[in-house]
Design a protein around this ligand. Structure first.
Ligand SMILES: [Ca+2]
Ligand SMILES: [Ca+2]
Length: 222
């Protein structure tokens, strides 16, 4: 049975078989906003939603040491936050992103994740102490308007889900009004083992640079 995460919950990465979860995917599945519209109200109006799944890696001293975020972010805006151009791999390839989805599902939930970061914990360099996963919306909608956004950790590959380990629902609730970014959770090392903490904090950040800065300052000792 997959764990249904709640805000603040901490879990071991232990499977029911007793073995540790080391190779897995962190994925986000979300939908575009669909409403009736068009000629005489007969058509369907689809408003694309561009959520971005990113990761920030802090070293064992709490300093930002690596990252994954979309290469489509404009370098001149990133540089205002002291951040380099976006890239889709981190930790010497131990973390890999499947690529920037710009629209979300239209025509209903397809059950597949729109953006995924694959994680191979055994390949993460020893200087990395924490890996944060977070979501930003590139558009002006807040999370309360997005029909669904679900985050999950699963074994398998980006194209084939073998077993879901844990999941977390984040959209379509009043508490997300005005919130366009979400710090989902973090992997962290404790006594030589990786663990996961569900954070679930929604913020009003409108750009990835603000969220990275927030993590590096407010969350480094989480
Ligand atoms: Ca995206
Ligand atoms: Ca999907």
């Amino acid at each position: 049975m997959a764990i249904n995460l709640t805000k603040g919950q901490r879990i071991d990465l232990k499977k029911s078989s007793g073995t540790s979860l080391t190779d897995f995917c962190v994925g986000v599945n979300w939908g575009a906003i669909e409403s009736r519209g068009g000629f005489l109200g007969l058509g369907k109006k689809v408003q694309d939603i561009d959520l971005d799944l990113s990761a920030a890696l802090l070293d064992t001293n709490g300093q930002l040491c690596d990252y994954i975020y979309s290469p489509l972010y404009r370098p001149e805006i990133l540089s205002k936050f002291g951040l380099p151009a976006g890239k889709l791999t981190a930790a010497n390839g131990a973390l890999k992103h499947t690529g920037d989805d710009l629209s979300g599902d239209s025509g209903g939930d397809d059950g597949l994740d729109n953006e995924i970061i694959t994680v191979n914990l055994a390949g993460v360099p020893p200087e990395v102490g924490q890996i944060f996963f977070f979501l930003n919306n590139c558009g002006s909608e807040d999370f309360s308007q997005i029909p669904y956004a679900k985050i999950r950790m699963f074994e398998g590959s980006p194209t084939r889900v073998k077993e879901v380990f844990a999941s977390y629902n984040v959209a379509s609730e009043q508490q997300y009004q005005g919130k366009r970014a979400l710090i989902m959770g973090r992997l962290y090392r404790k006594n030589g083992e990786w663990k996961f903490a569900a954070i679930g904090d929604a913020t009003e950040d409108t750009f990835v640079g603000q969220t990275v800065a927030r993590i590096a300052i407010e969350y480094k000792n989480a």
